[in-house]
Write a protein that binds this ligand. Structure first.
Ligand code: DP6
Length: 347
């Protein structure tokens, strides 16, 4: 009997306050440390999945269409991008012990530039994990979905499933490495202004970078300091102690980039605009003009973490100050829900 199911999922990107870098077990995407992030309200992916089975005479077709944030139309993907999606769909079926769909059509679009250090693979693969598993009829818990998303290879995707502020427990085995919410999106009125200096695709992706993290002489020191700082940031978060929270996120971003820059081959994501903005934000803080803290993922773009009430003041400063290179785009994010189904399909 022919069966067709169409599911659409909205899934946020997330910004890590304590970051995941390096894999203890690359085959199962098990990290060395826990990590902690916030879902982003304005950086998200919407994915519609339609699976078909029970059509004996039809030729199996796997179609994946993508529309980038600045493009008008969906374009069918071929080659490595389509293959990656196909491999992951097979992995989901294998994980759920269900037979492969005969055919599928997937449409996906996102609200922000991809591959620039704003976790576009996290929002994409988390949306796919939820949409494909639901279309296959599986009703997984958020914890189980986070495991499935982690297995996509983009480990941080697991943090886009639970709501708000999310902790990824490193776990000792593949069934234990999962994410959970430690505060809903309403818990703390923070904001993340993403300053985009460069929206071009980064040269080296995180997945390649993780594999070389251990070659940095500072890697062991980072694992030790992150392990020590994780309980401190959790306390600062639960106490809403913004100054302590901010110091810890900056320290973590710097320690991750110190490892990146000293691994072999080295990864330099920063540009002159990144450094100038770090100085600018520090100076604003020291002169009492704006309390914001930076964090940076695998890209040159800066995430300015601040209290939501300070967003208008930050925008005014960003518009007037010439200290920093003018970002080509600003995205103001607030804490957001995790991945969820929506009823408006993309096709
Ligand atoms: C620097 O392997 O999850 O963002 O597949 O590129 O999304 P992508 O990355 P993934 O590594 C994320 C690395 C990070 C830090 C973090 O988000 O914890």
């Amino acid at each position: 009997m022919k069966s067709t199911k169409k599911i659409t999922v909205h899934s946020p990107a997330n910004i890590a306050f304590m970051k995941y870098w390096g894999q203890k077990d690359a085959a199962h995407i098990l990290p060395y440390t826990d990590s902690f992030s916030m879902n982003l309200s304005e950086c998200y992916t919407i994915t519609t999945v339609q699976l078909e089975s029970g059509q004996p005479q039809s030729t199996p077709q796997r179609q994946f269409y993508l529309k980038k944030y600045d493009e008008k139309d969906f374009e069918q993907q071929e080659g490595p991008v389509a293959d990656k999606v196909s491999t992951y769909v097979d992995k989901i079926c294998h994980h759920l012990k269900t037979s492969l769909p005969q055919s599928y059509t997937i449409y996906s679009t996102n609200s922000f530039p991809i591959g620039t250090g704003i976790a576009s693979s996290a929002s994409f693969f988390s949306s796919l994990a939820m949409a494909v598993s639901r279309a296959l009829g599986a009703t997984l818990s958020t914890r189980e979905l986070s495991i499935l998303a982690r297995l996509s290879g983009s480990g941080s995707a697991c943090r886009s499933l639970p709501d708000g502020f999310v902790w990824w427990h490193k776990g000792k085995s593949t069934t234990k490495s999962c994410a959970e919410s430690i505060g809903s999106e309403k818990f703390w009125d923070l904001a993340d202004i993403v300053l985009i200096f460069n929206d071009q695709h980064k040269r080296t992706g995180s997945q390649e970078g993780h594999k070389k993290a251990e070659s940095s002489p500072f890697f062991t020191a980072r694992v030790a300091s992150t392990t020590a700082n994780l309980p401190l940031i959790k306390k600062a978060f639960l106490d809403k102690d913004f100054a302590q929270f901010g110091q810890l996120i900056e320290a973590d971003a710097l320690s991750m980039h110190a490892v990146m820059m000293t691994q072999t081959p080295p990864l330099f994501y920063w540009s002159p605009a990144t450094i100038r903005t770090i100085h600018w934000m520090t100076q604003l803080r020291e002169t009492g003009q704006l309390e914001s803290y930076f964090t940076i993922d695998a890209g040159e773009n800066i995430h300015m973490i601040l209290k939501a009430t300070d967003v208008p003041a930050a925008i005014a400063l960003l518009q007037k100050d010439t200290i920093i290179s003018q970002p080509s785009q600003l995205i103001v994010n607030y804490p957001a829900k995790g991945a969820h189904t929506i009823s408006r399909h993309l096709f």
